[in-house]
Design a protein. Structure first.
Length: 340
């Protein structure tokens, strides 16, 4: 009889017990699913220099939570003059780096399996700072031009071929503007947010000429990764590219959040120089101009990469047999479509 009474009670309470068990399993499943949904992929980005306005879109995406919105936990590591970004990327110390077409094409030639997935800047910001009497790049014949070592294997051959400059008129650039200030016959390589800013601070009467305005072809501040990353983590790449481009759009609208992080990484960067840098990005339409205006921020095209390849081969900076198509892919940026 006791057994019968026990079975009777169990039968009566079983639906309630089963319901509670089912509810517990459902709650556990929901918590597990939620934890998966909020699990963020950790990504490390290596920049190409000390933190500055030219990196603003990436810092903005961190500061405003854009990366987190796409399930990414992004760490930004600063580059610098002694940092070999390609080596660190190939060695697995970063998932992405900010690169440059020449650098990537040379890497491909050397057998390094790297690929460009987006171009933050539609144009290379490299240009020439001259005194006010010079009205075009063609007007520098016979003047002394200060050129850094890296320039001799990138834009200097392009200038020589286009305007008839000679090596005899070049002198080393030591990243000091005093020779330019002291001699009206000196011109020097310049970036629109750096040397031009210093010249304005010194009240120098100077002109700046962007090489891209005269046809210099490469992109700049590109997002570069290893081909294995494309194969193993295509979804992470896609989310990182789209989020980064949204970061750039946000930065150009209101750079304050990104600038705060830039100053945290690089305390030497002043508010005035950051504001100047942002103004130059907008003035020159480095992010929003070119193909980005119609294809979206970060856009690249086969035609532009072919122009850069042809220039490098013609200047004997790259072997003709180099598979330049492997230096980039349009897949991820075409899918991003973040319009200015």
């Amino acid at each position: 009889m006791r057994v019968l009474r026990f079975l009777s009670r169990f039968a009566a309470s079983a639906p309630s017990l089963l319901a509670r068990a089912a509810s517990a399993f459902t709650l556990a499943g929901s918590l597990f699913a939620a934890s998966l949904a909020h699990a963020e992929d950790h990504v490390t980005l290596l920049t190409n220099w000390y933190a500055q306005a030219e990196h603003g879109g990436f810092y903005q995406a961190v500061a405003t939570g854009v990366y987190k919105k796409y399930g990414l936990d992004v760490t930004i590591k600063m580059g610098g003059p002694q940092v070999n970004g390609m080596q660190l990327l190939a060695g697995g110390q970063a998932d992405f780096m900010l690169g440059y077409d020449f650098q990537v094409l040379s890497g491909v030639e050397a057998g390094i399996p790297v690929t460009t997935v987006a171009a933050s800047f539609q144009y290379d910001p490299q240009g020439m700072l001259t005194h006010a009497d010079v009205t075009s790049l063609a007007g520098l014949k016979g003047k002394t031009i200060l050129v850094a070592g890296s320039g001799r294997t990138s834009w200097w051959p392009w200038l020589k071929a286009r305007y008839g400059y000679t090596d005899a008129q070049s002198r080393p650039y030591t990243f000091n503007l005093q020779p330019f200030f002291a001699d009206p016959n000196v011109a020097m390589q310049a970036y629109p947010s750096s040397e031009t800013y210093q010249a304005e601070q010194a009240h120098a009467n100077a002109h700046f000429f962007l090489f891209a305005d005269d046809g210099y072809p490469p992109y700049n501040t590109t997002i570069v990764t290893m081909r294995d990353t494309l194969k193993d983590k295509p979804d992470v790449v896609a989310r990182f590219v789209k989020a980064s481009m949204e970061g750039w759009k946000s930065y150009l609208n209101d750079p304050a959040p990104g600038n705060a992080l830039i100053k945290k990484d690089n305390p030497q960067m002043s508010d005035a120089q950051l504001a100047y840098g942002v103004a130059q990005l907008k003035k020159l339409k480095l992010v929003t101009g070119g193909d980005a205006a119609t294809l979206g921020i970060g856009a690249m095209t086969d035609a532009r990469w072919k122009k850069t390849f042809d220039y490098m081969v013609g200047a004997k900076l790259l072997k003709p047999a180099t598979d330049y198509h492997s230096a980039y892919t349009l897949q991820y940026i075409q899918d991003a479509k973040v319009m200015p």
